[in-house]
Write a protein that binds this ligand. Sequence first.
Ligand code: HEM
Length: 321
Amino acid sequence: MTGHAWDRVPIAAQSVEAPLSQAAIFLVLGVNDGTDAITRVRDTLGGIDDLVKTVGFRDLSARLSCIVGIGSALWDRLGEPAKPCELKSFVAIEGTPHKAPSTPGDLLFHIRAERPDICFEFERILLGALGPAVTTIDEVSGFRYFDARDLLGFVDGTANPEGHEIGEAALVGEEDPDFAGGSYVVVQKYLHDLAAWGRTSTALQEEIVGRTKIDNIELDDAAAPRKSHKTLATIVDEQGNEHDILRDNMPFGRAGYGEFGTYFIGYTRHLWVIEKMLERMFIGEPAGAYDRLLDFSTAQTGTTFFAPSRSTLAKLAADKS
Ligand code: HEM
């Protein structure tokens, strides 16, 4: 193992760079009032590395990993001397006609493995350890769908950074030395209107996404009247630098209840990059020319967290309330 965060072994807590998995659980919790709750959360976070090993060792090929994210309000309650410089609650976006709501969440657990039962086992033991300290706000079990497609039928995740680019895109660096190696995490649970999407021609679907559906080829939309999703989500700063994020979206659903969704999760070195993407998607570029993916996808949640590096998380857990 080398010193680079992106070289870490897969069975470890806080491994943002762990590869895409077959299964994932996205668990958002509120931490209840009182110092007892805070103490119990600290103790559990202090033991998270061991818990990943305890469950993950039962099948190493399942590559269990877990990332803990901490919300802004909980960070303040922990009474730490310093806070990640961009950490704040998700700011709701009031686009016309589409809105991105801001919903509560103190802790995020992004649990990934090749086997859903391993994810479930880890979550079960984790929640047992947290006990009465927490209240579940949202829980989604995601699955990999064919060749990494979303439920709209498009391959999702292609433009993700790889190798050393992951660190550059997703991990805080020397700009905030106390929190280097950590990552800002934004989650949004989207529900799709699959019936309406199904009535839309494949040509228009491809125009909306910015890639072809079957073979995933990128489309040039420079001359198109409306920008595609992939173009609205491409952020270039004033110096001409492109800012990537790391996404690990997962489909989820309950067909029997007509529920079809995409759980969006983005890891970023700079929170403003995801905020900018959301602004371009919901307000539009230019204003009004919003992301037409939203005509078929409604954001139900929106929450921001900071996933500290393993060593920062261990320090946080060891501090006294
Ligand atoms: C690209 C789907 C929400 C950021 C893509 C692609 C698909 C997709 C199919 C093209 C393939 C790829 O490069 O991955 C979806 C769906 C969403 C969703 C189904 C939810 C309904 C979001 C949100 C953000 C985002 C909320 C950011 C805030 C991106 C980025 C790219 C991308 C950065 C790559 C752009 C590029 O450089 O080519 N998405 N997405 N997506 N999406 Fe999304």
